[in-house]
Write a protein of this length. Structure first.
Length: 420
């Protein structure tokens, strides 16, 4: 076995049971033997060398290309075993080789002009629409669910997320709502149907644009919910409410001032905005290079310390902040399980390498939320601090009312939607 790899694994894997068959076919054991055994096999010494010298990029690439395979346990089991041990050790300088340079150049990687942003979104969100239907809930919510009860399944948790956001928007019938990054239209349709508001959603994905408007027409909501294939920077206001879920991760740190300045211009004087995004708990960082290359080009997960100062300088006021811990880990677990259950159908759409790429993406993302400090925030923002009631009781009351309307008999009843 490569001496650097063996040294690294001896130092890192303290608990659990990891078996590695090296490129020469020799078996090596690491850990204390507790928990279920995970066994991986490297196809050659060259694969071992590439993985230890550039782990963040080559681990995913070698899995995609069959350079290392699992013989006991799953890919998720392997990544979880490794990262849980790394977390126990605490941060180490040798874990971040190349990170400093990527940090210095990250703004260049995140130059998301309207043209480049559209190209980046096309890379991920304009895949065959049947792919997403194979692992998302019936409403095609592709963002963190809200597990307000331990017995909620994915359907109930995604419905709870929509209630939670709607309550924070303090909606009134007839208000104009802008949904920035509207996905397949689920949240916008929910707000139009349940709160009686007029919704304009914007997306850069042609697939999402077509599906959203089709769903609005089929549900008789086209008059109150429309979805545009447009960059948020080209929209004209004002809007009484703005909501953005899972889009801010695509803005890029160099465009934060532009994002919040635009939102301020679009928001009515007494308007309210709710921003929902992934957040990193350990301060500013960089995007994993494998994720940047294969999954979300141009994307970046911010730290709160990068977001709050920009909001303040944009002459906006934060009126409420909530951190959702582990909710995305549970969401990703459900997606991963559904994806693997439908793996043959995914392979029929694409190929084996694509299946391996997406399995790695889902497993690595889930472990990031369990062991690497990834969370979600929901920030409520206003231009005028008098725009909202004095206490948060209005949120609780609105959420209770929506819960009763959504699911009078059972918390598991999903929203009635047209399955694509």
């Amino acid at each position: 076995m490569n001496i650097l790899l063996r040294t690294f694994l001896n130092y890192t894997i303290r608990t659990g049971s990891l078996e590695v068959i090296d490129g020469h076919g020799k078996l090596h054991r690491f850990g204390d033997g507790s928990e279920a055994r995970v066994r991986i096999r490297f196809a050659s010494p060259a694969v071992e060398r590439s993985v230890i010298l550039n782990t963040q990029m080559k681990l995913g690439e070698q899995f995609m290309d069959g350079g290392f395979t699992l013989e006991a346990g799953s890919l998720y089991d392997f990544i979880a075993l490794a990262l849980s041990n790394v977390e126990a050790l605490g941060p180490k300088w040798w874990m971040y080789g190349g990170t400093f340079f990527r940090y210095l150049t990250r703004r260049l990687q995140q130059i998301n002009t309207p043209l480049r942003a559209r190209r980046n979104i096309h890379h991920h969100y304009d895949l065959d629409g049947r792919l997403y239907a194979l692992f998302l809930d019936s409403d095609l919510q592709y963002s963190c669910a809200y597990f307000e009860r331990s017995d909620y399944d994915l359907e109930a948790a995604q419905l709870a997320k929509k209630r939670h956001l709607a309550a924070k928007l303090a909606l009134k019938p007839g208000q104009r709502v802008l949904d920035i990054g509207s996905g397949w239209g689920g949240l916008g349709l929910y707000l139009a149907e349940h709160a009686g508001v007029d919704v304009t959603g914007v997306t850069l994905s042609e697939e999402q644009f077509a599906v959203s408007n089709k769903r609005a027409a089929e549900r008789g909501l086209a008059g109150r919910a429309r979805f545009l294939l447009e960059d948020y920077r080209h929209i004209r206001g004002p809007f009484d409410r703005i909501v953005s879920v899972g889009m801010f991760e695509h803005v890029g740190v160099g465009h934060y001032r532009e994002f919040f300045r635009t939102c301020r211009e679009l928001l009515a004087p007494d308007g309210v905005m709710v921003l929902h995004s992934i957040v990193r708990s350990d301060g500013p960082g960089v995007t994993n290079p494998w994720i940047n290359k294969y999954i979300f080009p141009g994307g970046y997960i911010p730290a709160l310390s990068e977001v709050v100062p920009v909001i303040e300088r944009s002459r906006l006021t934060i009126t409420d902040t909530e951190i959702l811990r582990l909710h995305y880990a549970e969401t990703l677990k459900a997606w991963r399980e559904r994806f693997l259950a439908n793996r043959d159908a995914v392979k029929a759409l694409y190929d084996e390498r694509f299946c391996r790429m997406w399995e790695f993406y889902l497993a690595a993302s889930e472990t990031a939320f369990r062991y690497q400090g990834m969370m979600n925030f929901q920030i409520q923002i206003v231009k005028n601090q008098h725009a909202l009631p004095l206490t948060r009781n209005y949120m609780i009351e609105a959420e209770d009312a929506l819960r009763a309307a959504d699911s009078p008999a059972s918390p598991r009843a999903p929203l009635r939607v047209v399955r694509e």
